[in-house]
Design a protein around this ligand. Structure first.
Ligand SMILES: Cc1cc2nc3c(=O)[nH]c(=O)nc-3n(C[C@H](O)[C@H](O)[C@H](O)COP(=O)(O)O)c2cc1C
Length: 311
C-alpha cells in the first residue's frame, strides 16, 4: 500500500500548497498523509472529498486521507468515499488535542470512549471491506494507563495501520520524560498491528534510537520536517549507512518554497519566514534578512542571490 514506512505526519496548515510541491519535487517524501477533514453533518458528497484531496493527489504519490468526527455512520461512509477518491488508506483521527476539537468531542476526545472506537472501527471495516484503513491515536486521554482498553477496542477491526503519538491528549505537546518508552506498552497491547510511532523524531539519530528502544513497524515525523525538510530521506539514508542530504539544501528548499508560493494566488511571506525560523533560528542571518523582505518576490530574489554567492 505504501512505498515506505518512514512517513510524513499530517500537519493542518503546513502540509499544503507550496510545502507539498517543494517536498514532492525534491523527492523528500514517498507518500502524503492529508490533514483531517471534519465530518459533522453527514457524509460529504464525493465531489467535496475529491476537492479536499486534490492537492495531495496532484503530487502523484500515494495519499492517506484523514477524517475526524463523532458519528459512526458518517465516518464509515466517508472512509469509502475517500478510497473512491483515490486515497490508498482512510484514516480516522482519534488524536488531535486542540481545545476546539476536544470541545466538539472529536479527535483525541474519542479516546475517552473505547466502545465508540470499537463500534466505529468495526463500521469502517465493514464499509471498506479488504481495502485499507487506519487509526491515529494518542496513548490515552489523561493517562497511558488507558491504553490497554483503547488497544482492546482497536484490535477486532484490525486496522491496516495504527499511528500512535506517545503523548496523552492532556500532555498536548509538552516534553515527557522517557515518553518513547510508552511505545513498549503499545507494542505489547498491539502485537499484530502495523504500529507507526509519532512524536519528537527530529533527526536520523532519533529514528535509530527509537527503533532500538522498541520494535515499532515505522515512524512518522511532522514538526521535524519544518527544520529539516530532508529528514525522512536522511532517516532512510541512515538506515542504509549512507550520508545525509547536504545542509546547503535548506536554502534551496526555501527558494523552492518562495518560487512555488509566488505561483499561488494568495502568496504570502509568512510561511517562508516560519520555515526560515525553524530551519536556521531567529538569530540567523537568513531569518533576519528574509524578515526585511516585504514580498514573496523579494524573498525569492534574496535567496537566489544568496545561493549564487554560496556556489
Ligand atoms: C501544525 C500541526 C498540525 C497538525 N495537524 C494534524 C492533522 O491534521 N492530523 C493529524 O493526525 N495530526 C496532526 N498533527 C500532529 C502531527 O501529525 C504529529 O503527530 C505530532 O506533531 C507529533 O509528531 P512530531 O513531534 O513529529 O511533530 C499536527 C501537528 C502540527 C504541529
Amino acid at each position: 500500500m505504501l512505498p515506505s514506512r518512514i512517513l510524513p505526519g499530517p500537519m493542518d496548515g503546513v502540509t499544503e500548497g507550496s510545502f507539498l510541491a517543494a517536498m514532492t519535487a525534491r523527492g523528500y517524501v514517498r507518500c502524503w498523509h492529508a490533514p483531517f477533514i471534519r465530518i459533522s453533518t453527514g457524509i460529504p458528497r464525493q465531489a467535496r472529498i475529491n476537492d479536499h484531496l486534490e492537492p495531495y493527489m496532484n503530487q502523484r504519490l500515494p495519499v492517506i486521507a484523514q477524517m475526524m468526527g463523532t458519528n459512526t455512520d458518517f465516518l464509515a461512509g466517508t472512509a469509502g468515499r475517500m478510497l473512491a477518491a483515490g486515497a490508498v488508506c482512510a484514516d480516522l483521527n482519534c488524536a488531535c488535542p486542540s481545545p476546539t476539537v476536544i470541545g466538539n468531542h472529536s479527535g483525541g476526545a474519542r479516546l475517552r470512549d473505547p466502545e465508540w472506537i470499537a463500534r466505529t472501527l468495526g463500521a469502517i471495516r465493514e464499509a471498506v471491506g479488504e481495502r485499507p484503513f487506519s487509526v491515529k491515536l494518542r496513548i490515552g486521554f489523561d493517562s497511558p494507563d488507558e491504553f490497554p482498553r483503547i488497544a482492546a477496542a482497536v484490535r477486532p477491526a484490525a486496522p491496516d495501520i495504527v499511528f500512535l503519538h506517545y503523548r496523552t491528549v492532556r500532555e498536548m505537546y509538552r516534553p515527557v520524560q522517557n515518553g518513547w518508552e510508552r511505545f513498549l506498552l503499545a507494542r505489547e497491547c498491539l502485537p499484530d498491528s502495523v504500529l507507526i510511532a509519532c512524536g519528537d523524531i527530529q533527526s536520523p539519530q532519533d529514528a535509530v534510537r527509537l527503533a532500538e528502544l522498541c520494535p515499532v513497524d515505522g515512524i512518522a515525523a511532522a514538526r521535524g520536517l519544518l527544520s529539516r525538510p530532508s529528514l525522512l530521506r536522511d532517516i532512510e539514508a541512515a538506515i542504509l549507512g549512507q550520508p545525509p542530504v547536504s545542509t546547503d539544501d535548506k536554502l534551496c528548499f526555501l527558494l523552492d518554497i518562495a518560487t512555488q508560493s509566488g505561483r499561488l494566488p494568495k502568496a504570502n511571506n509568512g510561511f517562508i519566514l516560519r520555515l526560515a525560523r525553524s530551519m536556521f533560528g531567529e538569530e540567523s542571518d537568513v531569518f533576519k534578512q528574509l524578515a526585511t523582505c516585504k514580498t514573496v518576490k523579494a524573498s525569492s530574489e534574496w535567496l537566489q542571490e544568496k545561493l549564487e554567492i554560496a556556489f
